[in-house]
Design a protein around this ligand. Structure first.
Ligand code: HAX
Length: 432
């Protein structure tokens, strides 16, 4: 049983954290400069997570595995190119690559729990059709907070040591509801507003594709998306918001809603929508033809000169092409090489980095995950690009879930960094 396995892992891990706190708590990890305090805490090492680690020059590792290793090692549904999302969840939670039986357990458990209460449909329906899908998604999730097992147990007065167990229940109650919720939001906003029926035979990713009404290989696209977007260590806005909000012992529903609100900003997850908006502008300007290199360079420079960022390029930590971009590029080269928008993205991969280098501002001129993700959706008919960040959000919830369970298991306290005033910084500056 996954929960029992997790219990064993937690029991083994707790003394490590206690030992670090008790005997090495005063060791200095890092120092903080004025530039870091004003500049969004870039590079300040003050968070702990074992779920994933982002090396600037290598990219993300989930539980020690690079993305290509994750895709190679995790079991796949029969006839699929991409692994079970349920297997990724197992890996993030336990650190172990699951076998077929272990995946089956999660698949079965998720299927049991994926039905949405009627009131969630009412919440979604109550939004105007002009609402952004991320606002609807976040609110629909928040409305489920009344189901929280953690809240029930907390009010009974359970021990801190047991907080993770009811959080785990909230996690496995919410995660499988996200794809049906997203598919219904999609149906409400862009189709004929019919509740999509799940297919009892299908896994998390396969069932999402089914509910979206898109044929193969969109099931593999969905699995790939949810896996690559799951986690990017703890400092990014969505993961960090999840950690921060959960640290006040807010339940997993409120936590997930909050982290999605952070994801919905254009410098973070919404960049995938912005990339498509930008590409459509380019397409209009090019009057439908694929631009040549010079035309594309001009379009990129025009964007920069108008004071905008190039969406999908740059990163706060990474200093190379995002491996999540490369996984998608490989998929695109195999399945949609001739697609018009892929030609655009391919050309941008060539022209943008030298331009950003020449401009000399961005520390990382290379493409990130969001540079590629929208055009694959577009290719398979999901052309309402406002919806793309919802897909990112389903994936990100998996990583946040694993982090929150472990935060609770290791008794991480309320997060509360200290602020200073500008006077204090000026005083400090005048002395050194
Ligand atoms: N286009 C133009 N300018 C860029 C740029 C880009 N793609 N990336 C960075 N810069 C600029 C910054 O705006 C900043 O300019 P100012 O000095 O005028 O403020 C300067 O270069 C230094 O920024 P940086 O240190 O390299 O980057 P940050 O850590 O501050 O920001 C961002 C990282 C991802 C927000 C940034 O690269 C950006 O805005 N990229 C475009 C939006 C985007 O793709 N976001 C998604 C990132 C991945 C992600 O989180 N997905 O969810």
């Amino acid at each position: 049983m996954l929960k029992e396995k997790l219990r064993k892992k937690i029991d083994e891990h707790r003394p490590r954290t206690q030992e670090l706190l008790k005997n090495h708590g005063n060791k200095v990890i890092d120092e903080v400069t004025i530039a870091q305090a004003i500049g969004g805490m870039r590079g300040v090492k003050c968070l702990v997570t074992d779920i994933s680690y982002l090396d600037p020059n290598e990219g993300i590792r989930y539980r020690g595995y690079t993305l290509p290793e994750v895709f190679e090692k995790l079991p796949k549904p029969e006839g699929s190119e991409m692994p079970f999302v349920e297997g990724l969840f197992y890996l993030l939670l336990t650190g172990d690559i699951p076998g077929e039986d272990e995946i089956e357990e999660v698949v079965v458990e998720f299927k049991k729990r994926r039905v949405l209460p009627d009131y969630v449909y009412d919440v979604i329906d109550s939004f105007p059709s002009t609402a952004h899908p991320m606002a609807i998604f976040s609110s629909a999730i928040m409305s489920l907070s009344q189901e929280s097992e953690f809240n029930r147990q907390y009010h009974k007065g359970i021990s801190k040591m047991d907080y993770w167990e009811s959080t785990y229940e909230d996690v496995i109650n919410l995660l499988p509801k996200l794809p049906p919720m997203a598919a219904y939001i999609y149906a409400k906003l862009y189709k004929e507003c019919v509740k999509p029926e799940p297919n009892p035979d299908l896994d998390f990713g396969g069932n999402f594709a089914h509910m979206m009404g898109v044929d193969k290989p969109y099931d593999d696209v969905s699995r790939m998306y949810f896996i690559i977007h799951a986690d990017h260590e703890s400092g990014n806005v969505s993961a960090h918001t999840g950690h921060l909000v959960a640290s006040s012992l807010s339940d997993f529903y409120l936590t997930t809603s909050a982290m999605l609100n952070g994801l919905a900003g254009p410098l973070h997850g919404l960049a995938n929508q912005e990339v498509l908006r930008w590409l459509q502008d380019a397409r209009k300007q090019m009057e439908g033809k694929v631009p040549n290199e010079e035309e594309m360079k001009k379009f990129v420079w025009d964007t920069l000169d108008s004071g905008q960022v190039i969406p999908g390029f740059g990163h706060a930590v990474l200093r190379k092409t995002d491996p999540r971009y490369m996984i998608q590029r490989e998929f695109a080269l195999k399945h949609l090489k001739e697609d018009e928008l892929f030609q655009y993205v391919d050309l941008l991969y060539k022209v943008v980095p030298p331009i950003l280098k020449e401009q000399g501002k961005a520390k990382n001129p290379w493409p990130n995950v969001d540079s590629h993700s929208g055009i694959i959706q577009w290719h398979y008919g999901i052309t309402n690009y406002d919806f793309y960040t919802v897909l990112f959000g389903i994936g990100r919830a998996l990583g946040v879930a694993a982090n929150i369970i472990w935060d609770r298991a290791l008794l991480y306290p309320l997060e509360r960094p200290k602020s200073l005033t500008t006077d204090m910084l000026e005083d400090l500056a005048s002395k050194s």
